[in-house]
Every structure is written in C-alpha cells, then in structure tokens.
Design a protein around this ligand. Structure first.
Ligand code: HEC
Length: 121
C-alpha cells in the first residue's frame, strides 16, 4: 500500500515537471524580458512584465485588462484624473468595494502599479 502511494506521488511529480517544461517551451512566441522596459527603483528594478501580470491578477477582475471595465462599481481607469500619489493611496487603502492592498503588495509593487495605471489613459 505504502509503495503504491509512493508511486502515485512520484507519478504526479513527474506529470507536474513535464507540464512545467511544456509551458516553458511554449513561451517561444512571447516577448522576452529584454523587449520590455525595466525601470530602476530604490528597491531594485521592477520588471514591466511582472507589473502587468500583477495588474492582471489583482486589478483586472474589476477594472478589466484595459482599465475601462467597471465591475462592482470600479472607476474607469482610462478616464481617471488622479495623480500618482492619489493612486498609490487608493491602491493601498482601497475604497468602497475596492479592497486595500497594502498588506498583500509591497510598497515597490504598489508604486510600479500606480505607474502602470497611469499608462492606461
Ligand atoms: C473588487 C473590485 C476591485 C479590485 C480588485 C480593484 N479595484 Fe480599484 N476600484 C474599485 C472600485 C469600486 C473603485 C471606486 C472607489 C470609489 O471611489 O468609490 C476603484 C477605484 C480605483 C482607483 C481610483 C480611480 C479614480 O479616478 O477614482 C484606482 C486608481 C484603482 N481603483 C486602481 C486599482 C488597482 C491598481 C487595483 C489592483 C491592485 C485595483 N484597483 C483593484 C474596485 C476594485
């Protein structure tokens, strides 16, 4: 019995590894990191690809991938007139149905997201 479970685990791990290699191999058609601008911050470089991924994961649900979606009463980010400092506060503190992000994102990530939000206009 123990041997069987061990083999099942091993098989799962092997499948996971194979999937990961497959995903990595499929990345060929995508832009490489070097084709995106990398911005230097006091805490180190923030990769533009990672910022976009962060936005897609944390913000796009309500604001949409282009910023114009207004799910759950979200403001249209393409029409926003907020300056960067206000955006940083809004991301950190949240408002209404927008959750605060200061405990789940670093100051560096929030700063980079604020710059990204400005590019949506
Ligand atoms: C659960 C839905 C939701 C998520 C997730 C969300 N927001 Fe919001 N966001 C809102 C809502 C609702 C408002 C409007 C708040 C208000 O003014 O009443 C808002 C407002 C904003 C504003 C202010 C726009 C303006 O001009 O008033 C910014 C900037 C913003 N969000 C950025 C973000 C970013 C960046 C993320 C990801 C880190 C994010 N939001 C995640 C719902 C969301």
């Amino acid at each position: 019995m123990a041997v069987q479970i061990g083999w099942r685990r091993t098989r799962l791990v092997l499948i996971a590894v194979a999937l990961l290699i497959g995903i990595a191999a499929c990345g060929g058609g995508q832009k490489t990191r070097e084709q995106y601008p990398v911005r230097a911050t006091p805490d180190g470089p923030v990769d533009a690809v990672l910022v976009k991924k962060l936005y897609d994961m944390k913000c796009a649900l309500c604001h949409g991938y282009d910023g114009a979606q207004q799910f759950a009463g979200a403001k249209d980010l393409t029409q926003s007139s907020m300056v960067k400092a206000e955006i940083i506060t809004r991301i950190g503190e949240g408002k209404g149905t927008m959750p605060p992000h200061k405990d789940v994102l670093s100051a560096e990530q929030i700063d980079a997201l604020a710059d990204f939000v400005l590019t949506l206009r």
